[in-house]
Design a protein around this ligand. Sequence first.
Ligand code: GLN
Length: 492
Amino acid sequence: MSDLFRLSIKEASEGLMSGSFKPSELLDSVIKRVETVEPNINAFITKTLDTAREEAKKSDQRYETKRKLSGLDGVPVAIKDVFCTEGVKTTAASKILENFIPSYDATVIKRLKDAGAIIVGKVNTDEFTMGSSTENSAFGITHNPWDLSRVPGGSSGGSAAAVSADECLFALGTDTGGSIRQPSSFCSVTGLKVTYGLISRNGVISYASSFDTIGPIAKSAADVALILNVIAGNDPMDSTTVRNNLPDYSSFLNKKIKGKKIGVPKEFFGQGIDPEVNKIIENSLETLKSLGAEVEETSLPSTDLAIAMYYIIAKSEASSNLARYDGIRYGKSEIENLESKVNNLIELYFSNRTLGFGDEAKRSIMMGTHTLSSGYHDAYYKKASQIRTLVKKEYEEAFRKYYALITPVSPFPAFKIGEKIDDPLTMYLADANTVPINPAGIPAMSVPAGFTKENLPVGMQIIGPHFGEGQIIEVADAFQEATDFHKKKPNL
Ligand code: GLN
C-alpha cells in the first residue's frame, strides 16, 4: 500500500472503487513521494498540500457514500503554473507575476475540481511557456528524473517531471509549439496536444494565441482518455472552443489497429536526427506493423520551413500578449520601492519590464515587435502566414489518405542542463518536429517508445487529423498494450 503513488489513474480508480484504499491514503502516499524526490527534481513552484488534504477528506466521504463525482475523483494532479487558480499564486514562472494571486479559476481547473480531482500544486515551466528546457524559469531549474544532470524538456517540464517521478498521477500542461510533447518525450510520459479549440483556454496565461492549446500529461493513453472526458468541450468563456457532442474517448481503447494506414513523413528522419532516436522509432513502426497496421513512407515537403514560420508568428503574437504586463495592472512594480529612482510613467514601464522579464521573454518582445513593424511586416509576418497555410494544407492532404502519421517527437533525447541555454537558435531547433503541428491546428501525442544506451527516454509522435484525438488514443493504446516502455520508472 505504500507505493500507491506509482498507480495510473485507471488503477487508482479501481482501488478507490473497490475500497482497497481511500483518497486520503492515496494523497498521503503522493505527498510522501513529493517530500522524498522534490529535493532532487524541483518540479513545484507552489505546493497546495493543506487544501489537498481537506479536499481528499471530502472525497473519502463521497466514496464511502458511493457518490463519486467522476473517474478523477480523489486523484492527485499537478498544474502547470500558467493556469489561474483562485487564491493560489500563479506566476507563469516570471518575476513579473511573482505575487499574482488570481481571483478566479481557469475553466479547466473548475472542471477538474468539479470532477473531484485533488490539486497538489503548481509546477515549473519556462517563463510564459517560452522555451524547450524549463531553464527559462525565474524560480529555478527542474531536473529530469531519468538523469538529474539533464533538462526535463519544456516548457511543461515541471508537469512532465512530476508525472514521471510519480509526484502526482497526472498533470496539465500547455502546448504552443511542442511544450507538452517534447517534455513528455524527455521524461517518458504520455502527453497530448489537442486540436486547437478542443479545450477551453479561459484563465490560462497566453503565449501565442493562434497556436496555444492545453492538454493532459499522464502515465498512459488510457489515462489521457479519462482526463479528456472531463476537460474537453465547449466553454462560453472561450469562443474558440467549438464543439460539444464529443465522443467518449475511452471508447477508443482496446481496439485493433489492423489495416489502419499509417504515414511516415520522410522529412522527419533526415539530417540532425540522432541515430539512436531513428532506430527506436523504426522499431516502434515494426511493432505497429506486427499489430496489422499498414505503414508507408510519405512526404510533407514544407516541414523544413516550419521552424522559421512558427517562431515568426509565435513571437509576433507573444509581443502583443506580453504588452499587458507593465506592473500596473498585474504583478510587481517599482512603484512599491521607496528607494526607486523612477520619475515618470514611461520610466516606470521601462523599469518594471526590464526587471520583471527574463531573457527569452525580452527576446520574444523584440523579435515580435520587429516582425510586425511597418516595413518588415510583409517580409516576415505575412510571408510566415502564407507558409502556415501551406503547412496546414499538406497535413489536410495527408489525412485524406492516412489514419495517423508517425514521427520522432524530438530529434534528440534530453540534453544537459546549460548545454543550449546561451544559444537560442540551437534551442529553437529542439522543436523542429513539434512546431509544424500547432500552425496546422491538429492533435498529436507523445508516447514512450524506448530508451537510448544511456537510458534516456525517446518518444514517438502520433499525429491525427482535426478532432482526431480518438484515433490517436486508439493507436497509442494499441502500442502501449503491446509494449511496456510507459511502465518503466526512473531510478530515484
Ligand atoms: N519551445 C517553443 C517556444 O518557445 C514551444 C513552447 C511551447 O509550446 N509553449 O516557442
